[in-house]
Design a binder for this molecule. Structure first.
Ligand code: ADP
Ligand code: MG
Length: 266
């Protein structure tokens, strides 16, 4: 395999075609970027200021399986927060399904997040008093969908992650792996274009973690782009695309041979 030059060469970046910018998530064909970062950087204020991410370009297509890997403190969560529109870049722009989120109001950005992006974290962040269905249905709270419909979609999402037999269980009645499946179902219930997962296997034993990684690969095969942050090279090795972070510089490792569409350099 070869190491490509850093992603931070803005000359590589091209805006999405107009049709893609206007399109909805479901229209995205393989190769059409669902998320694009153009020259994004992040400097935290302080004396001296701390630049955690130097200008970086990245394009993510429907069905991509991408791991962001690097040691603790290398800026992985920072990059994920920028791509996920949870944090604003110091410079650069982020496009979600062709729309520039960096110029939006926080309210518009929240709506884009709710409709287009899903999030999973190391700690599952489930509500302890709600059962699996109600936890997953919270992923549709801002969708304007009626409660009964939200519940139906939540059941479908739980079935799709292999938890159709645990619908009425509360988090305390579920194993760690099952709780993470509930969190993944909640992240998917609004049918996002991109699923972000920050150290999703960090709180799980290795066999359970393996199963979660396999589930995320299935999610990507169904068309949702999956972006996983991990400090664990063995987790990263399971993903077709790998971005390494070191000293604030993101470098994509490219397979030497042409691989599946999702892994092709672009
Ligand atoms: P990782 O997820 O790879 O462990 P992070 O993105 O969380 O790394 O953090 C990268 C670096 O940025 C760390 O040195 C961290 O201390 C620093 N950092 C993260 N968030 C902030 C913040 N809000 N203010 C200042 N420094 C921060
Ligand atoms: Mg982190």
């Amino acid at each position: 395999m070869t190491l490509a030059p850093t992603l931070g060469t803005s000359s590589e970046w091209r805006p999405a075609p107009r049709s893609a910018r206007a399109g909805k998530a479901l229209d995205a064909s393989p190769g059409t970027p669902v998320l694009e970062a153009h020259g994004i950087s992040r400097t935290y204020p302080g004396t001296p200021p701390l630049t955690v991410l130097h200008p970086t370009d990245l394009a993510i297509a429907a069905g991509d399986q991408l791991a962001v890997v690097g040691p603790s403190g290398s800026g992985k969560s920072t990059l994920l927060s920028l791509l996920g529109t949870l944090d604003a870049p110091t410079s650069g722009q982020v496009f979600v399904d062709g729309r520039d989120v960096t110029t939006m109001s926080e309210r518009e950005r929240s709506a884009v997040r709710a409709g287009h992006l899903g999030f999973v974290f190391q700690q599952f962040h489930l509500l302890p008093t709600l059962d699996a269905v109600e936890n997953v249905a919270t992923g549709l709270l801002y969708s304007g969908v009626r409660h009964a419909v939200r519940r139906g979609r939540a059941v479908e999402a739980l079935e799709s992650v292999g938890l159709g037999h645990r619908l009425g269980h509360r988090p305390g009645q579920l194993s760690g792996g099952e709780q993470q499946r509930v969190a993944i179902a909640r992240a998917l219930v609004a049918r996002p274009s991109v699923l972000f997962a920050d150290e999703p296997t960090g709180a799980l034993d290795s066999a359970t973690g393996e199963a979660i990684v396999a589930l995320l690969a299935e999610v990507a095969e169904r068309g949702t782009a999956v972006v996983v942050v991990t400090h664990d090279p063995s987790v990263a090795a399971r993903f077709a695309r790998r971005v390494h972070l070191r000293d604030g510089v993101a470098t994509e490792e490219r397979p030497a041979l042409t691989s599946t569409s999702g892994a092709q350099p672009r």
